[in-house]
Design a protein around this ligand. Structure first.
Ligand code: UFG
Length: 335
């Protein structure tokens, strides 16, 4: 890889997934520029070794000014709102931020001759899979919430633009990103927190009295939703492979990224009780709108084409890293 190919812009580099991505890129000797409007990201999560510009991905002038200063080869686009229940309540917030952000970013990439983009897409673009089976890239994408719809629109916009311009893309559809960096220095910290594992950790730590399990009447073995929890560091590895794929093949493609094992909400709570040694009080509550019954990845394409091998194949090990982050930073970045 020549020197220029190691200049990466991470849009959303102050976020949960973005901060782990930046760390991985620095570990792999890439030069990293971060843009983030800090609406949900944390200044403290931005690695001091990265160049940081505060601004909004929907602001083309801002993007043009960053591309003019930094000789960027690839954008890793991790900047989006990503909370399923919030998107059900406020769909326009999602279409405005996520879809307009993608359009402006691509416009600016075209104008500034930036050839590659790796995009954080999601399992939520698939909606409810047929017969709850593992989801392959060839399966139909029929989102059942505005968040998934906005990401599917972003994928499709990127695909049409790649046909009309020199831009190539890799869309990585994450299943449930989870865990934290083994150092315990960066991790998941949303306000308000809505994700299962950090909420389970808050309950274990005594910051919440009870965990609510949203529905036990789904079409699954124990009635609670089944998800595929994949460690954040394994996701970051897949991006490094995607960068190599873009440079080597000059092709565009999409990949599903999960551990390929499903765990129900009840199973996650049980695993967390084992890892933390805490009782973790849980009660069944009503369904949360927008939740599919089961989302589990078929990641064989990413393994075959990208050579991706997730290192975390045990959900207890993933929870252990989240627990380590919680114990080191009980209040997240707000110490
Ligand atoms: N859940 C509870 N109680 C809680 C929080 C969550 O029972 O307090 C349940 C949810 O109903 C769901 C499961 O735990 O069944 C996981 O919920 P999360 O909110 O942690 O994650 P989601 O599956 O809703 O969404 C996550 C990301 C999305 C991504 C999706 C892909 O937030 O961006 O995974 O599977 F699209």
């Amino acid at each position: 890889m020549d020197k220029q190919n190691k200049n990466i812009l991470v849009a959303g580099g102050a976020g949960y997934i973005g901060s782990h991505m930046v760390q991985k890129l620095l570990d792999e000797n890439y030069k990293v520029t971060v843009i983030d409007n800090l609406s949900t990201g944390h200044k403290e999560a931005i690695n001091p070794e990265a160049i940081f510009y505060q601004g909004d991905t929907r602001d083309k002038q801002f993007l043009d000014s960053v591309f003019a200063k930094e000789n960027i080869n690839t954008v890793i686009h991790m900047d989006a709102f990503s909370i399923v229940p919030e998107s059900m309540k406020d769909p326009l917030k999602y279409f405005d931020n996520n879809v307009i952000g993608m359009i402006k970013l691509l416009e600016s990439m075209v104008d500034n001759n930036v050839p590659n983009i790796v995009f954080s897409s999601t399992a939520a673009t698939f909606g409810n899979p047929i017969n709850n089976k593992k989801i392959a890239e060839t399966d139909p994408q029929n989102p059942i919430n505005p968040y998934g719809e906005s990401k599917l629109m972003m994928e499709r916009i990127m695909n049409w633009v790649s046909k009309a311009t020199n831009i190539n893309y890799v869309a990585l559809r994450y299943f449930n990103a989870s865990g934290a960096h083994p150092s315990g220095k960066i991790g998941e910290d949303h306000h308000p927190e809505t994700h299962l594992i950090p909420i389970v950790m808050q309950t274990a730590y005594g910051q919440r009295r009870t965990l609510k399990i949203f529905g036990d009447d789904y079409n699954t073995e124990d009635g609670t939703n089944v998800r595929d929890y994949v460690h954040i560091d394994d996701l970051a590895d897949a991006h490094i492979l995607a960068l190599k794929y873009l440079n080597d093949t000059k092709n565009s493609d999409s990949f599903n990224l999960g551990s390929s094992t499903g765990f129900s909400v009840k199973q996650i709570v049980d695993a967390a009780r084992k890892v933390t040694g805490k009782p973790i009080d849980a009660e069944i509550s009503s369904r949360r709108p927008g939740d599919p019954d089961v989302l589990v990845a078929d990641s064989s394409k990413a393994k075959k084409v990208l050579g991706w091998t997730p290192n975390y194949d045990n959900v207890e090990d993933i929870i252990e890293t989240a627990w380590n982050w919680k114990k080191n930073n009980p209040n997240g970045y707000q110490e």
